[in-house]
Design a protein around this ligand. Sequence first.
Ligand code: PMP
Length: 379
Amino acid sequence: MKNVKSIYLDHAATTKPYDEVVSLFTKIETEHYGNSASIHGLGIDALSLLNKARELILKSFGLNKGYKVIFTSGATEANNLAILGYCLKHIHRGKHIITSNVEHPSVLECFKYLESQGFDVTYLKVNKDGVVEPQELIKAMTDKTILVSLMSTNNEIGSMNNLEELSKIVHQYPKAVFHSDTTQSIGKDKVNFSLIDMFAISGHKVHGLKGSGCLILKENVDLEPLVFGGGQEDGLRSGTVPVALACSLAKAISIVQSKISIESLRIAKIHQQFLVNLEKIDGLEFNSNEHGSPYILNFSLTHKKASVVVEALSNLGIYVSSVSACNSKREPMSYVVEALGKNSVASHNTIRLSFGDDNTEEDAELFTRELNKVLENIR
Ligand code: PMP
């Protein structure tokens, strides 16, 4: 039977778009529908909106001159453009590239592809907290290293890399650039974006629209395009630019970035309340730790099947993830939790709670009560 109140605890998978984002999208799509490449009035109007969207995005990250915003369909495309685009362009400089073993598939699959094309790839192993040890990066860097890609916040367990230290190490090598998949940090964690050469953003993770996203990169970083055609987006992503999506993305980013300080404290309290309550339940093993993002709380079930629990909770109107939504159709097992050194039962039975705007501390009480019942009732 459904609860009176449904609880959405899957904000790392996607978020509900803000009303003002949807209305801005509709307004631009209907009233300012010109092609931003057209030289007539409607085109100029669209181009001006597009330029304002770029400015607002950079401003939201404390960046201004010296950076480019390339609009994409989301973070997957932004990560692909950054990694493949950089390596294809600079293959003559060196063929060594570095990433970690807990990256999102949109990063890992690029590295696997490049490996199949002759690149030498180092997959850094994370420590038991899910973090890349700077010492490991120091050991891996060589004069042939051209790209290092390490995520800011892990989407499954919320572990956070120390981008400051990692980027300093990379920048001691003049040939190497530092890319970061910052998808799960936008509007959540304070990141010094000026330390990163390229970073990826997804609209739908920040109350924007699905199909929107961007890659932000330093102006002096050259990429090879992956999509060819009319040369839009500085030649890096041909195709008519979806101005309304770009503006809605800028709006969503500016809202979430402006709320970080207050909202992250509120979420930290909610996280703590969930943790205190969940620690009283037998048969849970925690995969997140206190150094990670407050927005994600991941645990494994030691005696029950996670997929059955997720379904039972869903029937009650409580929405959580087992393995991340991007990976769940491939294999029901978390390579991220496995990388922490956990056993097979733990990595096959993870539950991820990811918090957001609409959660409250009361949700912790309701969730724990219902989880307890579910765990008692299923075999
Ligand atoms: N990177 C991370 C860390 C993510 O969590 C996601 C979404 N699950 C992506 C990349 C891909 O984002 P998108 O859905 O916008 O392609």
